[in-house]
Design a protein around this ligand. Structure first.
Ligand SMILES: C[S@@+](CC[C@H](N)C(=O)[O-])C[C@H]1O[C@@H](n2cnc3c(N)ncnc32)[C@H](O)[C@@H]1O
Length: 406
């Protein structure tokens, strides 16, 4: 059948109107006329009859096979408009209008953290990303997403796959760029005995890994895998959350700093290891609250070791079950809140009651952001502006920072 694509779905598929409802076509763009065989609600092997003017040649040689990037066939301008549109639609649905600052997109080859999969083969090992919705592993030596330091660590990862995986059982390898070299977390790996642990330590040394964590246990620590956060140096626990690119982190931080202005007493909710807390502590007292005790410990240690910071206090607390209560915001000039994808409905309700003058909200999910924004707007806040930040270029992920005031 022939379909005209009229929009992108939330996972980046082209969507057109079929006889019985929406029809999805992978890799297609709005305005394109495509032909393919309809199976269920999906057009199989779609062929483009009329291409879109926004279609470009994918910059990565692996784009066709690899499931890591879904939008390499679209121009940067198209993706930027689309991501801005996703945020705007979510807010429109809640009846909220605001000012949109121009999107800030991280450059290619800037991802400082990625999870790859590895498996043994007859002749060696296979390391890469999965093809879309598939068990097939695609090697990605020329990946245009990953920071060159991550690509340079592929030989180390391949050596680890040899020990971790079998021909039928895959291992997962998360690699994070740190100031001391790659910080690697291997999961779903074969258990290792004492002799193999020694091999892993030697391998880490030979390849300059900062830290190697194997099925939850740190088996080699050559150097603390430090991250710079403002003037502080933090050693995050293995696998801890970190913004995906340095540029994205800076864009979010600048937006947060702009949002809270000259606030002197700041509460940072879902603080992680201190991405916002530590830079803000150069000019304000900060109370950081986070659910993961290892992360609050890392933040606390870094704050204590850094001269010249204002007062930094940390609290480990499950903010879904025990949100900070309105009374606990007494004396707070500004709140930074950066919840996981589910958003922070209960915490936002309490915030709305607390009437803190300024709130900087960071979000990786426009739908839960818009839901939580509505709670604040209903309580008398205005949404002053939204800054969309794209640190997951060529994917359908959208992130943003926003300022609320009352
Ligand atoms: C999107 S990350 C943001 C972290 C930090 N603001 C940053 O930029 O690095 C969300 C954080 O929320 C934490 N978190 C998840 N669920 C939580 C909960 N129920 N209570 C408190 N913190 C939680 C995670 O551990 C993670 O550090």
């Amino acid at each position: 059948m022939i379909v005209t694509i009229d929009r992108l779905g939330h996972l980046g598929d082209g969507v057109g109107q079929g006889p019985d409802g929406p029809v999805f076509a992978t890799g297609m763009l709005p305005g394109e006329v495509v032909e393919g065989e309809l199976q269920g609600d999906r057009l199989q092997n779609p062929r483009i009859l009329t291409p879109s003017a926004t279609r470009v040649k994918p910059p990565c040689a692996h784009a066709r096979a690899c499931g890591g990037c879904l939008l390499q066939h679209a121009s940067d301008a198209f993706v930027a408009d689309w991501k801005m549109g996703v945020v705007k639609s979510a807010l429109d649905l809640q009846g909220i209008s605001t000012l949109y600052r121009p999107i800030l997109t991280s450059p290619p080859r800037s991802r400082r953290r990625a999870t790859l999969a590895g498996r043994r083969t007859k002749g060696g090992v296979l390391l890469g990303f999965h093809a879309r919705a598939s068990d097939t592993l695609v090697p990605v030596p020329a990946c245009q997403l990953l920071h060159p330091d991550l690509l340079a660590a592929f030989p180390a990862l391949e050596a680890l796959v040899k020990i971790a995986a079998t021909r039928t059982a895959e291992a997962s390898l998360t690699i994070t760029r740190s100031l001391a070299g790659p910080d690697v977390v291997v999961k779903d790996a074969k258990p290792v005995d004492a002799a193999t642990q020694l091999d892993l330590a030697r391998l880490s040394e030979a390849h300059g890994l900062a830290r190697l964590t194997w099925n939850g246990e740190t088996v080699a620590l050559r150097a603390q895998p430090m991250q710079r956060m403002g003037t502080a140096l933090v050693a995050p626990p293995p696998g801890a959350f970190l913004q995906a690119t340095e540029q994205g982190e800076q864009a979010l931080l600048q937006a947060v700093a702009l949002a809270i202005g000259p606030a002197r007493r700041v509460t940072d909710l879902f603080s992680g290891c201190g991405t916002f807390s530590l830079p803000l502590a150069t000019r304000a007292d900060v109370h950081a609250v986070e659910g993961d005790a290892a992360m609050t410990a890392a933040l606390d240690k870094a704050a204590r070791a850094t001269p010249g910071l204002h007062r930094v206090t940390v609290e480990t607390r499950d903010l879904f079950r025990r949100p900070l209560l309105p009374d606990e915001f007494k004396g707070t000039d500004a709140v930074v809140i950066d919840p996981p994808r589910a958003g922070a409905e209960a915490q936002t309700q309490a915030l709305a009651e607390a009437r803190v003058p300024v709130i900087a909200m960071v979000s990786c999910n426009p739908v839960t952001f818009a839901r939580d924004a509505k709670v604040l707007v209903n309580a008398g806040y205005s949404l002053d502006w939204v800054q969309v930040v794209d640190q997951f270029r060529w994917s359908s992920h959208v992130e943003l920072a926003a300022r609320f005031s009352r």
